[in-house]
Design a protein around this ligand. Structure first.
Ligand code: ADP
Length: 492
């Protein structure tokens, strides 16, 4: 078989609604393919509005009993889900690599990261503290309680097939909210494996639902979720364009929204940086998941005094990256997710070269025979990139590091902030004053200082400006699924 899992029941090819594995009403399915080879891995249902309605109804029916449980009881089920994810980590990693393309070592890392949200929120659900407020009148008592908002919907992308689901679903469930998930069409198999494990962990029917669909089905599923007055909360991770659409669609029912959208992360290297550390940091921040994360460095801004040294050291490292099928031992860079992703990277590089950028390494798609059925681009470094090039404004989502040049700290901050996005930013400097000044001046939701890796379950992940709304992870992530209720009691 194409996928050999230790536990074959983790390869599910049906949607999961109300605790049941279901087909689409018309039995229609679509193929899930391996982006490294084009091989069809499985077929899953093309759900639409009707199946989504059913999932919403199941979640609504499950809500009263789920919210009535104590946070500790909900946490115990989440804890079992966490344990099962760890026990089946290798199978989950195989699924992530097969349908998403990332190297197996990274897929294993993602399983740990995904599970960490379940563990964290299993505990954090117990700390949905309210408060009492000193009264303004002698005969009144003022209190604030936190309550689950209601049925939540989650629409997730393909680049973290497991973690983008658990980062939303774990806090929702911990807070007492049932969830309907619409996973990305490229990576539904990981979502369904998580549903199988959630089922085994003892989540009651209807509390967690997974509605699969192809790209052509996403608008109908999204429209049904956003139009429903039962769905009180929508959490979306994906493109800014689709995020705007979902926000507009959510306006008539005034849903609470969490939106994790596009980024255009600057990675600034000052003259006073430790160059080796900065190169290592950039390797992590740029080439993770073959450049396909929303916090990947998109613009590398290098101060003129160390530009040549930094560029040479970086190009040297990048040229050594091993590209291939992520399932093979030692591969560090996998394929891009699909033909469109590859075409976009090619276009951005062509535009930069036409406007005067220079290739230090890479620069083209892989033409080797083994790579023909996948979507592989060479790990690339471009020098002399300028703000006039499309790379400066658009999210690359591929293994291309464009190096810009700057002279002063002010100029670096100005260039860094010259984008409508504001998700992650990184910089390297050994000057403590500069570290504070620049951290505060960057208009971003997250800043990495002398590090290229910042994500974890205990810290708030999210952006400002057109990178989105809300935060995931940390206690902030729980708040997204809670309503504040003020209770004023007369004791007269
Ligand atoms: P990406 O470029 O990362 O694929 P998208 O925003 O297109 O980003 O996709 C992220 C998620 O949004 C996927 O699950 C996708 O199916 C879904 N999606 C795309 N278009 C819509 C839509 N019109 N309504 C609801 N969901 C959508």
């Amino acid at each position: 078989t194409i996928l050999s899992l230790q536990d074959s029941h983790l390869l599910q090819q049906l949607a999961y609604v109300d605790g049941q594995w279901i087909s689409a009403d018309d039995e229609a399915t679509f193929p899930v393919t391996n982006p490294a080879s084009g091989t069809v891995l499985a077929r899953v249902p093309r759900c639409g509005s009707a199946e989504t309605q059913r999932a919403i109804a199941a979640a609504e029916a499950a809500w009263p009993a789920w919210r009535a449980r104590t946070a500790k009881e909900r946490g115990q089920i989440l804890r079992r889900w966490f344990d099962l994810m760890n026990a089946h980590a290798e199978d989950l990693a195989q699924l992530i690599t097969a349908e998403g393309g990332k190297p197996l070592a990274e897929a294993r890392g993602e399983v740990t990261y995904a599970a960490s949200f379940v563990e964290w929120f299993a505990e954090e659900g117990k700390r949905a503290y309210g408060e009492t407020i000193p009264t303004t009148a002698p005969d009144k008592r003022l209190a604030v309680i936190k309550q689950p908002i209601g049925v939540a919907a989650a629409i997730t992308p393909w680049n973290f097939p497991a973690a983008m689901i658990t980062r939303k679903v774990a806090p929702a469930l911990a807070a007492g909210c049932p969830v309907v998930v619409k996973p990305a069409e490229q990576t539904p198999l990981t979502a369904l494996a998580l549903a199988e494990l959630a089922d085994r962990a003892g989540l009651p029917a209807g509390v967690f639902n997974v509605v699969t669909g192809d790209a052509a089905d996403a608008p109908a599923i999204g429209a049904t979720l956003t139009a429903s007055p039962v769905v009180r909360k929508l959490s979306f991770t994906g493109s800014t364009e689709v995020g705007r659409l979902l926000m507009a669609q959510s306006a008539p029912t005034l849903k609470k929204l969490s939106l994790e959208l596009g980024g255009n992360a600057p990675f600034i290297v000052f003259d006073d940086a430790d160059v080796d550390a900065a190169v290592d940091g950039l390797m992590a921040a740029k080439y993770r998941n073959t450049g396909q994360t929303c916090v990947c460095a998109n613009r590398v801004l290098v101060q003129e005094g160390i530009y040549a040294r930094f560029a040479a050291a970086l190009a040297d490292k990048v040229a050594q990256l091993r590209v291939g099928n992520g399932a093979e031992v030692g591969v560090q860079q996998g394929p891009l997710i699909d033909g469109a992703g590859l075409a976009k990277v090619e276009e951005l590089v062509a535009d930069a070269l036409a406007k005067g950028a220079r290739v230090l390494t890479g620069g083209a798609r892989l033409e080797d025979a083994w790579a023909r059925d996948g979507h592989f681009f060479q790990p690339t470094v471009l020098a002399e990139v300028t703000p006039a090039m499309r790379l400066a404004r658009e999210e690359i989502f591929g293994p291309v590091a464009p190096l810009f040049r700057f002279a002063s700290e002010d100029e670096a901050v100005r260039l860094a902030n010259a984008t409508e996005y504001g998700l992650a930013a990184y910089f390297y400097s050994r000057d403590v004053g500069r570290c504070h000044r620049v951290s505060e001046a960057l208009e971003y939701g997250m800043v990495g200082v002398n590090t290229g890796l910042i994500s974890n379950e205990v810290a708030p992940f999210g952006g400002v400006k057109q990178s989105g709304l809300g935060r995931e992870g940390a206690h902030y992530g729980l708040e997204e699924y809670l309503e504040v209720k003020y209770v004023c009691t007369s004791i007269a």
